[in-house]
Design a protein around this ligand. Structure first.
Ligand SMILES: Nc1ncnc2c1ncn2[C@@H]1O[C@H](COP(=O)(O)OP(=O)(O)OP(=O)(O)O)[C@@H](O)[C@H]1O
Ligand SMILES: [Mg+2]
Length: 496
């Protein structure tokens, strides 16, 4: 494979006297102090630059403060590993995503070629070694390695390479990285505020939720609509730029506990390969901290505020005097479910505010207007491709300003399990697409309010001997009991 001659190679072609010079130069490189070496290198580059027809551009791994790896370097690394490493002879191997496969990339000082619209370019991964200035004597001075990719091309292709090829490499490299990256779930829980290098507001773990829209119990039409909406959003960068709107979209997921709101967020993240930022508002000190948290989020992410109604006193402005909310944190899970059911039965009308707006007793001073600014103010200027998702069990209690279209663009109700939903769960849990008991379940499920979470729980085998038939029987029994309870409640209501 033809490579462009390096400057050193050009010298050698110029005769044996130059070869001797190269020999001396090699010795100088080996034994001279760093400063002299750098000076001699600069002189050689200057002299050879006059008749060397190739241009080189370097991309360093770290720039400036060394804290942040250069995005361009990472993108080039991804591009070269997938595009040109096949032609490299010396490769290095690393464990890839999920630790299931090996990712090969070119090793140090390996050179590979690439072609773009008829122009040939040569890439090499190089490094320089320089002393770290620590104040120690030179003989004990530790050395610092600085890696960089260098691309070389003939000067006649200068415009093509700088205007189009490099853009193409970075764009494709970024796409490859997004596809291969380990996605993350970030939280802003207090207590994890320091990483080894710098202060960071978020802590993270690897995001590996298995939920997908395929496994989600939802009417097929609704599912398709949501998937289309999400895909359209993710492919609309140019559209948002054209209409002058920040590339973000708000989703409000509402419905009773156990209907799949949190599960749907995982499905969204898996569909679009986005990271998830789970924002715990009660842990945010004030609006300033909220802004900082947001500025630290990256693109291709979902920012989630779960149970927005219980996170903060967001409806405070509309509350009448004297209707102070309790200082206790609103309890999740079972208790909320019970409260929800009671609430729905109308037994708890007088205490609604007490039950639904807990959390105000903590020290958080985030306000409704702070949150609104967060959604459509400053944040809109921080680049794009972000979804913001609120979940709630009590949509009617949210301030209309918070959920108006433009802020929460799409309102999705997740409700009790339908027969279509049940069929998805039966396929997931029991690998059953049809069964003679399905007819009974269909007529019962139509008349009963049962959540997908409850259906799933009944379909789950409880012992190794539980077969699908037994699980379906369990579900029928649960449906019958739920129906009886609903009938009794309805009769009591009528008698009042
Ligand atoms: N629509 C659904 N499809 C598939 N599984 C579901 C669905 N809804 C609930 N589940 C199952 O029930 C469990 C609880 O659901 P999830 O946490 O998503 O409910 P939620 O609506 O977020 O409830 P809450 O309002 O209490 O936060 C999930 O782990 C999942 O297994
Ligand atoms: Mg939830």
């Amino acid at each position: 494979m033809m490579m462009p001659p390096t400057m050193g190679e050009m010298w050698t072609t110029m005769g044996s006297s130059i070869a001797s010079f190269m020999f001396i130069w090699a010795i100088v490189r080996q034994y001279c102090p760093y400063e002299i070496r750098r000076f001699l290198e600069k002189c050689t580059h200057r002299v050879t630059g006059h008749f060397y027809p190739y241009i080189t551009i370097s991309f360093h791994e770290f720039t400036g403060d060394r804290l942040k790896r250069s995005e361009a370097y990472s993108a080039i690394e991804a591009y070269l590993s997938s595009n040109t490493s096949k032609s490299a002879k010396r490769l290095k191997a690393e464990m890839g995503k999920d630790s299931t496969n090996l990712v090969l990339s070119m090793d140090e000082f390996e050179r590979v070629t690439d072609e773009f619209k008829g122009a040939k370019v040569w890439w090499v991964l190089s490094k320089t070694v320089s002393p770290i200035r620590t104040g120690m004597s030179m003989s004990y001075c530790p050395e610092q390695e600085k890696r960089f990719y260098k691309v070389s091309f003939h000067k006649r292709y200068r415009d093509l390479i700088t205007d189009s090829y490099l853009d193409h490499v970075i764009r494709e490299g970024k796409e490859i990285r997004v596809k291969n990256r380990q996605r993350k779930l970030y939280t802003n829980s207090p207590g994890y505020k320091w990483s080894s290098f710098k202060q960071t507001m978020w802590s993270h773990i690897v995001f590996e939720h298995p939920a997908t829209f395929e496994t989600m119990a939802l009417e097929p039409g609704k599912k398709k609509e949501i998937i289309n909406d999400l895909l359209t959003f993710s492919q609309s960068k140019d559209f948002y730029a054209r209409i002058g709107k920040a590339w973000k979209r708000g989703y409000l997921l509402y419905g009773p506990p156990g209907t799949g709101k949190s599960t749907m967020i995982a499905c969204m993240a898996n569909l679009l390969s986005y990271d998830v930022y789970d924002l715990e508002l009660t842990a945010v000190k004030d609006n300033t901290e909220l802004r900082k948290l947001l500025i630290e989020t990256t693109g291709k992410s979902i920012i989630v505020i779960e149970d927005i109604d219980c996170s903060l006193d967001l409806t405070g402005q509309r509350k009448k005097k004297g209707e102070q909310i309790s200082g206790e944190d609103y309890e999740r899970g079972k208790e909320r479910k019970e409260a929800y059911n009671k609430d729905q039965e109308g037994n708890n009308n007088n205490n609604n505010n007490n039950n639904n707006n807990g959390g105000n007793g903590n020290s958080s001073k985030v306000t409704l207007s702070g949150l609104l600014n967060f959604i459509d103010g400053l944040w809109s200027a921080c680049g794009g491709e972000r979804l913001v998702v609120f979940t709630t069990n009590y949509v009617e209690k949210l301030d209309p300003a918070l959920i108006r279209r433009g802020r929460m663009d799409k309102h999705i109700e997740l409700s009790y399990c339908s027969f279509e939903g049940f069929k998805v769960l039966a396929k997931n849990y029991l690998k059953l697409e049809n069964h003679q008991m399905f007819d009974t379940i269909q007529s019962l499920i139509k008349e009963t309010k049962i959540t997908p979470a409850d259906v799933a729980e009944n379909l789950m085998p409880k012992s190794p001997t539980d077969d699908p038939k037994r699980c379906l029987c369990n579900l029928i029994q649960a449906l019958q009991e739920a129906k009886e309870e609903e009938d009794i409640a309805a009769t009591e209501e009528e008698m009042k």
